[in-house]
Design a protein around this ligand. Structure first.
Ligand code: URA
Length: 251
């Protein structure tokens, strides 16, 4: 009877965690911060002196997608890797003329190690299909390759740490057209403080480090469309522009 009650309480607690987006565990034991002794001054952790590290980001040396994927698998500079199940590198065809860049993986993407396979991915697939695209003729990746715990937005620092990876990714794929899905991808890769409302729907040039100018269009993130279906028409307009640009690039 008592065991039953305990199980019920635990199930309620788990339910509560889940509904608050807490679905990954960072430590084996919970910490009761109310019971923690105040830290004595001589116990304050001192900064660890490390040997000087190279300030070269590991993305910079990569010359192939395979090397880039390995550099990301080996990267220890971003804590998101600790709580994620998988690296989410990419999906689709790396030889496709169009590359889509999203924000960060969610729970389904983390489980499968593939971008946009959850609910927003299914909506993205429908949008792509409406203009004759699918994962055989597009290539998809994200600004952040590891799932932020509880699907929280990535921090500015996490974005800065991962940015060289997606920049190198674009440089290696050399797509004819880039589509940025949502504000995080658009602001990061267009280096702008403007919001997605201002950035979307206008062609811009994205400059790679090796001097290539790629036509880039920002649009709303499919997760936003799930919350605000009234905006679907604007995304459809954006993808009609993509279709037109693809046709004129193929000539
Ligand atoms: N949202 C994203 O931005 N990327 C994914 O891969 C999935 C959901």
């Amino acid at each position: 009877m008592v065991a039953d009650m305990e199980t019920k309480t635990l199930l309620h607690l788990l339910d509560w965690y889940q509904s608050n987006g807490i679905n990954s565990v960072l430590h084996d034991q919970p910490r009761n911060r109310l019971k923690e002794e105040p830290v004595q001054e001589n116990q304050i952790p001192q900064p660890i002196l490390r040997a000087p590290v190279s300030h070269e980001h590991p993305a910079l040396a990569c010359q192939t997608l395979q090397q880039l994927k390995h550099a990301m698998l080996d990267f220890e500079g971003c804590d998101l890797k600790q709580s994620a199940m998988n690296l989410v590198f990419s999906d689709g065809n790396p030889k496709a003329p169009i590359m889509l860049v999203g924000e960060a993986p969610g729970a389904d993407e983390d489980r499968q190690g593939l971008p946009f396979v959850g609910q927003s991915g299914q909506l993205l697939d429908k949008v792509l299909k409406s203009v004759g695209l699918d994962r055989t003729n597009t290539y998809i990746s994200n600004i952040i390759p590891w799932r932020p715990p509880g699907n929280r937005p990535p921090t500015t620092q996490e974005i800065a740490l991962c940015q060289p990876f997606i920049q190198k990714h674009i440089e290696l794929v050399q797509p004819k057209i880039l589509v940025f899905l949502g504000g995080v991808a658009a602001k990061t890769l267009l280096n702008s403080n403007d919001g997605i409302m201002r950035l979307r729907g206008i062609w811009r040039d994205y400059a790679t480090h090796d001097g290539l100018a790629i036509k880039a269009l920002a649009t709303f993130h499919p997760a936003y469309l799930l919350r605000s279906p009234g905006q679907k028409a604007l995304v459809w307009q954006d993808f009609l522009k993509v279709e037109e640009m693809l046709k004129s690039n193929m000539k």
